[in-house]
Design a protein around this ligand. Sequence first.
Ligand SMILES: [Zn+2]
Length: 799
Amino acid sequence: MRKRKKLMQGFAMATAISALGFSTFYPGLSGSGVTGAQQLEGKLILTEESPSIVQLEVPDKKALEKLVELGIDLTHKVHPHGDGLEVDAVVTPSEIKKLAKYGIKVKDTLITEAQWNQRTAERNAAAKQESSIASAEDTLKVLRANHYTNQSDTFLYVEAKTSAGESASTVLTASWVENGVEKSATMQRFVDLGEYMYHWFELPVTAVPDSVTITSSLGGTASSSVSEWLGEDKKGSPKKHYVKDFVDHYMDPYELYERAEKLEKEFPDLVEIIEMPNKTNGYRRLAQATMGTTDSSAVVVSSKAWGHEGGNDINVQFKNPQQANHPLTVAADGENIVVELGTDSSGNVISTARQVAVALNAEADELVTASTYRGNAGSGTVEPGNAQLTDGLNAPDHISRDPQTVKAIRIGKHRDGSKPGVLGYAQEHAREWVTPLVTIETAERLLRNYAHDGETKQLVNNLDIFLVPSVNPDGATYSFYDYNWQRKNMTNHCGPELSDPGARHAWGVDLNRNHSVGSVFDGFVGASTNCSSAVYAGPEEHSEPESKNLVWLADQNPNIKFAMNIHSYGGYFMWSPGSYDPDRVTLPRPTAGQEAFYWAASNEILNDIQDHRGTVILPSRTGPIPDVLYSAAGNSADYLWYEKGIYAWNFEVGADLWDADAKRWRSVGFQPPFEEGHEEAMEFANGLIGLIKVAYSQSKDKQPPSTKALTENKATGPVEVTFETSEAATIYYTLDGSRPNFESPHLRPAGTREPAETLTIDETTTINWFAVDAAGNIEKNYNPFSNSNNFNSVKITIK
Ligand SMILES: [Zn+2]
């Protein structure tokens, strides 16, 4: 026993831990991609490759489809350029070689792994600073508390400083008494060139208070008397007091949910946290090692227990018995498994990988399973060595490895389903770090402006707002702590042929391809049934708890009428249909009226985005998904639109930035420097609130549309009938004299990105029709389900 232990230590010293935390016999020899195995059949197991984001020059749409077919990890950015397309993709060097065969070349390397790692380091430092700030009570200083009167009103103006001002999550609230009534306002944080200056607010008052008290979310408090402002007269009317800017670093799911819960505690009348019923599969993995250096001699060993539940403690030793004619034996003692390899009459090791795998499965099956490498026959002779199994997960201990509850923030004065619902959900794709910040910033703005901003109060009082900061918390955690490029969730649906640790970054399901409308299982394009593809749709529709949660949320809350699926990057604004079949036949296009509503709402939302810093979401990146990007079979917005009748949009935050020196647009990437990520969060929070405003104005729309048919009533030949509508509305019509209803044909857009079609009438016909707007108001209050006849009618006589 003693001797054996000593021997093991010797092996342990020879064991190298690769940069990825996997112990193998030799450093750097754990395979990374799937490509490696194909190219290096029978050779050395591939060295882990370093992916980067590159801009590909793609000759045409057909080549783009080839990219999708090959399972290349495309970003959301595809731009027409000259005769071809520019497509940003996450690729490894061996994938780049493969693509060259299809005439697809790398034009530019945009972001390397080293840059991503730097971003992670920055974020971790910021998160650490934030938590150290949050753990100590702050001290407050009131810099000034003034009142002044100008031509329009009397105002209260206060500046105060907190000792914890570096953190955007430190919130200062001012309170005062005005004519005997308690008033309060959240103060706006003012940061100049990255340096915290103070918090402030300015609001009209009906009477000047004697004093004002400032309290901090960290517990600090300070008061000051209010004095008259003696400087020069303040001219003009002050800006509306509207507080924003509540995010100051990229937040992991743990921080997001913690922030959400803080809001629930602080605003119990306006917020509740919804815990969704389908727990994720967890940020957890089996502990594994690939033992061996070539495809044919390697044995993949996986723990039965999750890594954190004991798998990480298992040590496996392949030992040369140093004896002739020794049989292959396996001894499992506690967490140590010792395989004594078989030898021939000269004492040479003769056990093959297959034999060792079979022996492990037979003798150590309480602790591990074993297989040959990626389906290899395993006829190579096993090399002696030692491995500590590991799950390779690096998140700090406070991040649970257990299945996680996905949380939604529900905001509204009346959260009983009686008010129209708006849903914003983010981070289906793990690596899109800006997107959750859009939802948090939106939640904070709605709650912290509620008390003093009339418009915000209207929105919160009259709507039911659902925000899901991170649909995919497991994948997100993996992206923050293990592998920046992670897109999918963490569930491994690959069989034993692709379940070695070298393939671990390729596992998971694309949650924006796992839904049931226009899916790959229905034959649509833009998703894959290959478990390692970047757009893997899962083993079946809605196989994943994360997508089931979205279905559940929509089922539970039929009042939801609008949704925004928030992704990055590229600066797009899109809606259904989201996919097409191999003949490029899309899912049914919205009616002309619905399409007009999508465009009209876009106008409001895109203007709000532009208000922040002038970002223009280009017309070429606005519209139905396949018209501006690529087919995405089984995406969630299509599910919400076709299955639930929810107006469902998609944001791609992160529009290109103009590089004035190089005179060209530059991609921002999934994890831009926080300074840029912050700006994206601010502008798209504007956009999400823009959608909430659209929902509110639609809820107030009780005005039925009115329409007019523009035509000649008598003609000698065919006539074209055009319909004019007072607002975006769908027109249902009949040409056989019958009553029109919702089953009747409706006007369609004349073509892609075109207005409504015209009707061609070439024989004497009576057209009966009615219009319905996006709020469901029907022209002249006609009831298609009754016998009423107050639809529109026109007879066209053709002689
Ligand atoms: Zn995405």
